[in-house]
Ligand binder design. Structure first.
Ligand code: NAP
Length: 492
């Protein structure tokens, strides 16, 4: 299947949108500027999309604010039906949406369709949760009073999302927001705006009223600043790097907005001597190589106990040498390109730094023969926790192996980072895996499992990996305000 055929098909079915979506209308940038979206597998330009800034962001905020007045008064059942219809339309078109993701982001088509299914599941889940936003009645402190708790939507929400999951990172926010009665201004990454725009098109087809979902993309700092400055925007929800998350958190202070931050990780993956090698290799592969190693919960440091180290290193290298690299549309490909040249250069720098300090390349370790932004699936050994590769997110297909002796040492290395998003551990002892899971300073722990994401479980980190949780029954709380109502003079 050629990229041009895919583009033509997406265009004729109305999924290839290039304008922003404000107040239920497709609009160009007001000054007519556009930006190129490229296919990371080939470098070819796929589309020229509107390059928007302050003015368009302010209009989107105004539309969301107007729509909030009515959307927040829809019954929970009415909001639920809209979300469910949106979910149904997405699932009915999941192959085409998957193709769009492969085109702009590069991940293999099967994985891209998996992202659409995961992304849609947040809409389905929160369509159901919309009907379960309960308040409370507090036992009164005096006979002439009644004490009530109402849960109300926070208002207009600004959502800023990254390129690595261009679809699911949006629905994970918009699902609970709309279920709670909030309206949204979404700013997808300039690298991958097309999936967000297609999602907006389907929201429109699903009958979600104009202004409830708005999408603007382009000059990130301008759009971000407009969202931060507006007193009408009551919450910022951000998924992306810790550096940008810190800026947004500081900026949100001027109008005291709520913030949810899903930031970078530095996941340890601990393999104990008693681990089942097959389970540990399979789990590590899933946790490390999904999305070409470009996920926030990717195993970034693989800590292996000394008794199993050599055996595990061989088994992992064997498994990784079978990974087929290529264009995400080609049959059997499980690893696509990296997102851009800067990403490849970062991986190269971190691998070179590790090697210069004593690490050994067991497999790969360089750009792939396919060129562009393809990088070989890589295993490096003798890594320690002081090397840059252990301190920063690799965000590429590189598995760094660190050796440890004792459980205490593993915990100490694992926690020796500012990040605290996901951690993995493999071992047979129930007592030890529980002990270690409790000691790990992370928001998510996978025990004998490398794939842990779902709509029913809370996703989020501790320390500098962020604030708040997305997904699950907890994910809707961040979109709700608690209002305490005291009814007095009950005795007349
Ligand atoms: P990024 O550079 O922080 O960008 C994320 C989003 O922020 C993009 O939409 C970007 O826009 C926007 N942005 C950049 N500067 C901004 C500013 N000054 N004001 C407002 N918005 C601004 O992160 P990324 O490279 O796209 O994504 C990778 C990072 O996301 C990794 O650190 C990864 O771990 C993290 N991540 C975390 C989670 C999680 O759940 N914790 C999930 C996925 C990814 P443009 O792209 O248009 O410049």
């Amino acid at each position: 299947m050629g990229a041009n055929d895919v583009l033509a098909r997406l265009n004729s079915s109305g999924f290839l949108k290039t304008q922003g979506f404000i107040g239920g209308k497709w609009v160009d940038a007001y000054d007519g500027k556009t930006l190129e979206v490229t296919n990371p597998a080939t470098g070819e330009v796929i589309a020229n999309v509107a390059c928007m800034g302050t003015k368009e962001a302010n209009d989107a905020i105004a539309s969301a604010h107007k729509a909030f007045q009515s959307w927040s008064k829809f019954t929970a059942g009415e909001r639920s039906k809209c979300l469910r219809k949106w979910y149904d339309l997405i699932m009915a078109n999941k192959e085409q949406l998957g193709e769009l993701i492969t085109l702009e982001q590069g991940k293999p088509l099967k994985e891209a369709i998996g992202e659409v299914t995961l992304g849609a599941s947040y809409l389905e889940f929160y369509a159901e949760e919309a009907k379960r936003i309960y308040g409370d009645i507090i036992p009164t402190t005096s006979a002439d009073r009644r004490l009530f708790i109402l849960k109300q939507p926070v208002g207009v929400v600004g959502a800023i999302t990254p390129w690595n999951f261009p679809f699911a990172m949006i629905t994970r926010k918009v699902g609970p927001a709309l279920a709670a009665g909030c309206t949204m201004v979404i700013k997808p990454s300039e690298l991958t705006p097309l999936a967000a725009l297609a999602a907006a098109e389907l929201a429109n087809r699903a009958g979600i009223p104009p202004g409830v979902v708005n999408v603007v993309m382009g000059i990130a700092p301008e759009i971000g600043d407009a969202l931060l400055a507006s007193p009408q925007v009551r919450k910022i929800t951000f998924t992306g790097s810790t550096a940008v998350g810190k800026k947004l958190m500081a900026g949100a202070a001027s109008t005291v907005k709520k913030v949810t931050l899903e930031l970078g990780g530095n996941a340890p993956c601990i393999v104990f001597d008693d681990a089942d090698i097959e389970v540990a290799v399979k789990g590590t592969l899933g946790a490390k190589f999904r999305n070409t190693g470009q996920t926030c919960i990717c195993a970034n440091r693989i800590l292996v106990q000394e008794g199993i180290y050599d055996k595990f290193a061989r088994a992992l290298s064997d498994a990784i040498s079978n990974i087929k690299v290529g264009n995400g549309f080609s049959e059997g490909v499980v690893q696509g390109p990296l997102i851009n040249e800067a990403a490849v250069q970062k991986v190269e720098t971190l691998v070179q730094d590790a090697v210069s300090k004593g690490a050994e390349v067991l497999l790969g370790g360089k750009r792939h023969g396919l060129g562009f932004t393809f990088y070989e699936p890589t295993v490096i050994s003798n890594v320690n926790n002081e090397m840059r590769i252990s301190r920063e997110e690799v965000f590429g297909p590189v598995a760094p192996l660190l050796r440890f002796k004792t459980e205490e040492e593993a915990i100490s290395i694992a926690n020796d980072t500012d990040a605290g998003l996901a951690a993995y551990l493999f071992g047979a002892s129930v007592q030890r895996t529980w002990r270690v899971a409790e000691a790990l300073e992370y928001g998510i722990v996978g025990i004998n499992e490398g794939l842990v994401s779902s709509e029913v479980t809370p996703h989020g980190g501790v320390k500098q990996s962020g604030l708040g949780r997305e997904g699950s029954k907890y994910g809707i709380e961040d979109y709700l305000e608690i209002k305490y109502v005291c009814l007095g003079n009950m005795l007349g």
